[in-house]
Design a protein around this ligand. Structure first.
Ligand SMILES: Cc1cc2nc3c(=O)[nH]c(=O)nc-3n(C[C@H](O)[C@H](O)[C@H](O)COP(=O)(O)O)c2cc1C
Length: 216
């Protein structure tokens, strides 16, 4: 059964849940981002910590994909991946990136831009140890971003590794780890009626944050 074809041009959401004034925001935009993320989790928004990560390859081509935010700390926002993946190679060559959160139920978007640093081996080990065992084995099984013959190859790899590790603890593959995006710019967006949305941008200047309102 085929679904009726939607008219995309006429899809329209009128926003009006809330406004966003300068005084509503925490003076530290990372704490504000953490608060909005917590509000999204409790909304509840499914996969509230899923963000779009944009990186750039050496030919200047931007690449975007979803990753999960695993921590927000004083330096910035952490996410984890296979560091041999396309994104890992792009970040090694060009350690600047953007993260985007969009929570439709809250009519909110947050954009973060800045420099990216790999986490330390100790930080990677600590998070890897918290992952479910089958996800740990999955990290060994998948040569992320590389072409593979078929689905069966992947499942065979997984079964082989499952047998190989037996009951032993699964160590972290050295190519699996995290990054912290240290934002230079964070923009908070709240949808408002008539497309007169609120946009407040924090820009890092020295060790201070400067706030500006932008036209929607
Ligand atoms: C909801 C969701 C969450 C994801 N979380 C992660 C993640 O935390 N880390 C990761 O490496 N890939 C994650 N992925 C897969 C990535 O989007 C992507 O397919 C993969 O990392 C390969 O990207 P690359 O080839 O650009 O490196 C997630 C995908 C979705 C849809």
């Amino acid at each position: 059964m085929s679904l009726p074809r939607p008219s995309l041009a006429s899809l329209r959401v009128e926003y009006g849940r809330a406004g966003l004034a300068e005084g509503d925001l925490h003076s530290d935009p990372l704490l504000q981002y953490e608060q909005w993320l917590h509000e999204a989790v409790h909304a509840p928004v499914e996969d509230a910590n899923a963000v779009t990560l944009a990186t750039v390859s050496s030919d200047g081509q931007p690449h975007a994909r979803t990753v999960l935010v695993k921590a927000i700390e004083a330096r910035g926002v952490q996410f984890f991946t296979n560091q041999n993946s396309h994104k890992g190679q792009e970040l090694a060559a060009h350690p600047q990136a953007a993260l985007l959160s969009f929570w439709p139920a809250l009519q909110r978007q947050v954009r973060l831009e800045g420099w990216v640093e790999p986490l330390t081996s100790a930080e990677n080990d600590a998070y890897f140890a918290e992952r479910p065992r089958l996800s740990q084995i999955g990290a060994w099984a998948s040569p992320q971003s590389q072409p593979i013959a078929d689905r069966q190859w992947l499942e065979q790899q997984f079964s082989l590794l499952l047998a190989q590790f037996g009951e032993d603890p699964v160590p972290r593959p050295t190519h699996w780890g995290g990054y912290v995006l240290k934002p230079q710019r964070i923009e908070f967006w709240q949808g408002r009626p008539s497309r007169l949305h609120d946009r407040l941008v924090f820009q890092r200047v020295g060790d201070q944050w400067q706030v500006q309102r932008l036209a929607p």
